[in-house]
Design a protein around this ligand. Structure first.
Ligand code: KIV
Length: 283
């Protein structure tokens, strides 16, 4: 797979070739996503829910994401890798935002970072881009502000709120964002944003008109049942396959069907006899 770059992503938008985008949190999944030639991988703060079992993304820290992002980079050297700025890694000050964005690039080998928010984070986006770090913006449903938004709810469902999202997108592009992720907004709104922006739009629950589509890989593979949003398409049910395998292992062990001879190391007959003699001397 050829290394995916920002110019390559912009070229796809220009040519109308859809961009593919998934999350990954570890080395084995990254290997597979690179093999599948997925354009962009996000090591998302959704790891808090899909891997760590929290109810939301807020407890996720920089240190957690850096370690997981390093593993993903090792598995997917050519996908465009985005580190997700966790809650409170960019809100407190511009300096902290730049320092934490820098960690994703320096320690984890990312190609870009992503952060949530519209006009309210413009100064962060400008400062991080000025430091030489590409920024993917994330608007619409922003899970880090779910409490403020009244839950994990679709956004932009009134003309006024849709207009606010459209304005956010324009300002973020002007601030230097190289791409805009649109989460849980009506297709009419993402169509307007996509047509008016020169940078790629990447939709999750934002309809078919975006320049690319992103999903959480655990949702795609049927590995996360706690909460399945309306916009998810499950392409496999790995939970069922894994559960069946685990049950079969348990049954095999309990019924002494595993391990078989082929799973065991052999001790030559002579050595075994010798061992039995040695054991006699021990008594
Ligand atoms: O953390 C995440 O998985 C996200 C999704 C919107 C892709 O931000």
């Amino acid at each position: 797979m050829k290394k995916v770059t920002i110019p390559a992503l912009i070229e796809k938008k220009k040519k109308g070739i859809p961009i593919t985008f998934l999350t990954a949190y570890d080395y084995p999944m990254a290997l597979l996503e690179e093999k599948a030639e997925i354009d962009i991988i996000l090591v998302g703060d959704s790891i808090g829910m899909t891997v760590f079992g929290y109810e939301n993304t807020l407890p996720v820290t920089m240190d957690i994401l850096i370690e997981h992002t390093k593993a993903v980079r090792r598995g997917a050297p050519n996908c465009f890798l985005v580190g997700d700025m966790p809650f409170m890694s960019y809100q407190v000050s511009i300096e902290e935002a730049i320092r934490n964005a820098g960690r994703f690039m320096k320690e984890a080998g990312c190609d870009a970072i992503k952060l949530e928010g519209g006009i309210d984070v413009i100064d962060r986006v400008e400062a991080i881009v000025k430091a030489g770090i590409p920024v993917m913006a994330h608007i619409g449903l922003t899970p880090q502000s779910a409490s403020l938004l009244g839950g994990f709810k679709a956004q932009g469902k009134t003309a006024e709120s849709a207009l606010k999202i459209i304005k956010d997108a324009k300002e973020l592009e002007e601030a230097g964002a190289f791409a805009i992720l649109l989460e849980a907004i009506p297709p009419q709104v993402s169509k307007i944003i996509t047509e008016r922006s020169s940078v790629p739009t990447l939709g999750i629950g934002a309809g078919p008109y975006c320049d690319g589509q992103v999903l959480v890989v655990h949702d795609v593979l049927g590995m996360f049942d706690a909460f399945v949003p309306k916009f998810v398409k499950q392409y496999a049910n790995l939970n069922r396959i894994i559960l069946d395998a685990l049950k079969e292992f348990k049954r095999d062990v309990e019924e002494r069907k595993f391990p078989e001879e082929k799973h065991s190391y052999s001790l030559p007959e002579e050595e075994y006899k010798k061992l039995l003699n040695l054991l006699k001397d021990l008594q």
